[in-house]
Design a protein around this ligand. Structure first.
Ligand SMILES: C[S@@+](CC[C@H](N)C(=O)[O-])C[C@H]1O[C@@H](n2cnc3c(N)ncnc32)[C@H](O)[C@@H]1O
Length: 283
């Protein structure tokens, strides 16, 4: 029997990953907001368009998109029931009637046929074990002249908020081996040439890729930023996986805090980050 598609990611996002994404929701949104704003601008949304959002998480972009639409609707998809519960609550609190959510695997699920003008995602398309199949499935849900716009992370080396904390963690505990190229995960689409090939194989044309740099606000102060990096992000994943004793945990937190003191600015603790903003048309 064929293994269930995306079984590992399904388990992660319906387990620890989804729980953390909800509990750190406000902090994540403060960090990731600039990337959503840039991607939504790149999508050149028209008020009456219908939008499919892939990997919508707790729905902050679903809400931002819905507020920009006059006659159009936005449907948020996610594989995680955990994050969708929060997304639904926030949509109701915002009194938005042009939003719906579905718990669906975007790679294998029935997304409908020729229904959407735009497929959109902020950091929700890097977790497919068969990205060509997933992007083909998304393309099938687009109208004949539909388009896709998404943000995905640029390489870790272009993301000091990832690379510098990880280097500090590595002084205390062994890091997990780097993932094989293309393995589902935050950086799986960071190689622009591979990304262009995948989209072309899935039938998209006119692919354009912009590298977008922004300052990520990791916390209002050092303690909050340390908590974020000890729990979320690749540094948090490495600490969690190594599961060190309390003294080692405290030593990592101290090193991170010392590093972050120099990152204090008017907006809080910020570090540089870079994403790829990708647009393409259905072929
Ligand atoms: C990094 S989070 C981004 C969430 C949201 N877009 C945001 O920016 O706040 C990635 C999201 O993609 C979802 N996801 C992962 N694999 C998926 C799949 N195969 N189909 C649909 N959603 C998926 C996860 O459950 C998670 O909510």
């Amino acid at each position: 029997m064929e293994n269930k598609a995306n079984a590992d990611m399904d388990a992660y996002w319906n387990g620890e990953g989804g729980d953390k994404w909800v509990s750190f929701g406000d902090r994540l949104e403060a960090s990731l907001k600039p990337f959503g704003v840039r991607a939504i601008a790149a999508a050149a949304l028209q008020g009456d368009e219908n939008v499919l959002e892939v990997g919508c998480g707790c729905g902050p972009n679903t809400i931002d998109l819905a507020k920009k639409l006059s006659g159009g609707q936005v449907r948020g998809l996610d594989i995680s029931a955990t994050v969708l519960e929060k997304a639904r609550q926030d949509a109701v609190a915002n009194k938005l009637s042009n939003i719906s959510f579905d718990c669906v695997d975007a790679q294998t699920g029935d997304l409908g046929v020729s229904q959407y003008d735009l497929a959109f995602s902020r950091f929700g398309v890097m977790f497919f074990d068969d990205p060509v199949r997933a992007f083909k499935n998304i393309s099938g849900a687009l109208k004949p002249h539909g388009r896709i716009t998404f943000a995905c992370w640029a390489a870790p080396g272009k993301n000091p908020w990832v690379a510098e904390p990880l280097a500090l963690v590595a002084k205390h505990v062994p890091l997990p081996p780097p993932p094989e190229p293309g393995t589902p995960g935050p950086f799986s689409l960071s190689d622009e040439a591979r990304l262009r090939d995948l989209l072309a194989e899935a039938g998209f044309i006119n692919t354009a890729v912009e590298i977008f740099h922004a300052s990520m606000v990791l916390g209002d102060g050092v303690a909050e930023a340390v908590d974020f990096l000890m729990n979320m992000a690749p540094s948090g994943g490495a600490v969690n996986r190594a599961d060190p004793d309390a003294a080692t945990r405290a030593a990592i937190a101290t090193d991170l805090g010392d590093m972050l003191k120099s990152c204090q600015g008017a907006k809080g603790i910020t570090m540089d980050a870079a994403a790829l903003i990708v647009t393409a048309d259905k072929g």
